[in-house]
Design a binder for this molecule. Sequence first.
Ligand code: HEC
Length: 481
Amino acid sequence: MKRCSTVIAIGVLFLAIQGTSEAGQSAAPTPTFTKDVAPILYEKCATCHRPGEVAPMSLLTYQDVRPWVKSIKAKVVSREMPPWHADPLYGSFRNDRRLTPAEIDTVARWVDLGSPNGNAADLPAIPTFAAGWQGGEPDFVFEMPDYEVPAEGELPALYFWVQNPFREDKFVEAIEMRPGDRNVVHHGRIDVVKLPEGHTVVNGILIGPDGKPAAEEGGGVQDSPHESGQRFHLISFTPGRGLERFRPGTGKRISAGQWIRFNLHYQPSGVRAIDRSKLGIWFSKVPVTHEVFTRTVGQALPTDATETPVVVEGKEIMRSVAQAAEEAQVFVAREGQARPRGAIPTIPPYAENWKIVGFTAITEPITLYSVWPHMHLRGKDMSIVATFPDGRQETIFSVPKYDFNWQLQYDLEKPLQMPAGSKLMSVAHYDNSPANRYNPGPNQEVYWSEQSWDEMFSPFIEYSVDSLRLPTAAKRTQQQR
Ligand code: HEC
């Protein structure tokens, strides 16, 4: 009898608690734009959704946002916005812009409850951006010459050389590439490069010893920049990307005497346009002890001259310096254009899940900072896996649904220490079937080149070599002693 009443009492208590919580929820104040939603938009959307930026509309004021509320709820709930394609199961990233479940809930409830503006006094300061730069006013700006992009047609990747005025090597703690005309700049990249023997630059164009524009087909990063320094990746630009900040004490080098080379991929927009893209740099304010390098974990372009195996559809292909040079001699004529054809097989027509795996052996201790996948329209997925000397494996990142339009960089939350004897492996799949809605030609054999209708396999990483302490830092330490 007694026991029974206890059970009833607990039951009543339970109902009471439930009741309170339900009542509490319905009594929760309706979120307002000024108090609850604007802070989320300013932090997670404003870098792209502001005047002159990549997104189609600004989301800074209530007037800006009001017409878009239905769409905002849909895109935020489906996690299409903000764009972020790394599988949350692997790794954590310091530039992760995803909304928290609580933030998604706030935005959705605000829209459901009539999206009120709220109290003007609650509105946080609208974020400001110096002359359009995400990083504020740069210390120095490089500008390429004006380039006239025609209204129609397909353009090859174009290169523009800009002189570097510095007499000594400079280290940058942040860099930003800003396209001159976003309507036509699809993506781009900037390298620090040496002027080849006997060449000159006229109005941004490389001129060969014969006085004619010199060809620059092909590309890809120098695989060991710290050994040669010949070609050096500074930054890549794609929508939503373009500013990179290095960690304190690390930075990228702009070598004295070398040139800043813009590499631009234009997409004509139907009207003639003039582009003058820019590179902003911020000099390192603290001593840089470690230079940041960029390379790829595997490559499929014939210009890659390193001895790394690639496994294509299960078959190992070993490439050597000699072989890469030989490959560059072999050309096929296609669309009236001579193209280098590599030992890496082309992707066959209609292949749905064509697989390529690249490797990089870590021969001396490195610190890994960030990763980004680069493929073109047939790119399907990419991941990078680290194997440590004790056999332990860790998936550093995985992009299960690659999207050519969003080539985001993933900055590891905590830099990854990799001892000598570790290994990096990259795995990518391509979809050359009609099921891939971006596929420009499923019936075509796909070549490897920088043209977006061809393919690339570039699993980029950024890292520094632990033993390569910069001499300036060493000198400073000696003086202090
Ligand atoms: C990295 C840049 C970037 C960020 C950050 C970003 N957006 Fe976007 N957004 C875009 C671009 C570019 C488009 C247009 C292309 C597309 O839809 O993919 C877009 C499209 C949209 C659309 C669809 C517009 C339409 O035409 O219907 C909505 C809604 C939207 N964003 C909301 C947001 C919200 C809300 C946030 C923050 C929580 C956000 N976005 C963060 C770049 C961004």
